[in-house]
Design a protein around this ligand. Structure first.
Ligand code: CU
Length: 181
């Protein structure tokens, strides 16, 4: 969809995509954990073992680093965050917000974004929403958020209770994780 081109073209897509994919695959492929997505200190082997042990366990999900870049368009904004799961596997199934009539989940692969129905939150792993990769799209904004505003966002899961996060609106170019590897 054309509304994303300018935003996405500015970032190093290939690098980010690989990272986003690696993060999602940690629970499946121990080797990919070596790409450095997860620096929780537990190491690749631990993560894998824990994931297996937790397969039937309750998910335990925490949200960190959430932000919304101040949108340039009046009708649409994006959002990013990281989910860390120290329990069993879960799925992010939908997102709602006080400022938007609809929030959709998107992945980015090979420079193309795709709307997703859900995202896996792997057992003992992470789900990363970052520039150039997975992102939230806030559509039909009730008002245009500006830098310094706070936006309420609620994440809904297959198993876990919903989590509401107060998301700060940052400058339009804000990017806390410019990965170099
Ligand atoms: Cu998108």
């Amino acid at each position: 969809m054309k509304h994303h081109r300018t935003k996405h073209d500015r970032t190093k897509l290939h690098r980010r995509n690989r990272r986003a994919l690696a993060c999602g695959a940690i629970a499946l492929t121990g080797a990919l954990a070596l790409t450095g997505c997860s620096d929780s200190g537990s190491g690749a082997k631990d993560t894998k073992t824990k994931a297996a042990e937790n397969a039937g366990a309750k998910p335990a999900i925490k949200v960190s680093g959430a932000f919304m870049p101040a949108p340039s368009m009046p009708s649409m904004a994006s959002g990013f965050f990281t989910l860390k799961n120290t329990g069993g596997a879960d799925k992010l199934t939908s997102v709602t917000s006080d400022i938007a009539a609809a929030v959709t989940l998107h992945s980015t692969k090979n420079n193309a974004m795709k709307e997703e129905k859900s995202f896996d939150v792997p057992a003992g792993g992470e789900l990363d929403f970052a520039r150039g990769g997975n992102h939230l799209m806030f559509e039909k904004l009730k008002h245009k958020p500006k830098q310094g505003d706070k936006v309420e966002v609620t994440l809904h899961f297959q198993k876990s209770d919903p989590i509401t996060v107060t998301v700060p609106v940052k400058e339009a170019t804000y990017n806390p994780k410019p990965h170099q590897h």
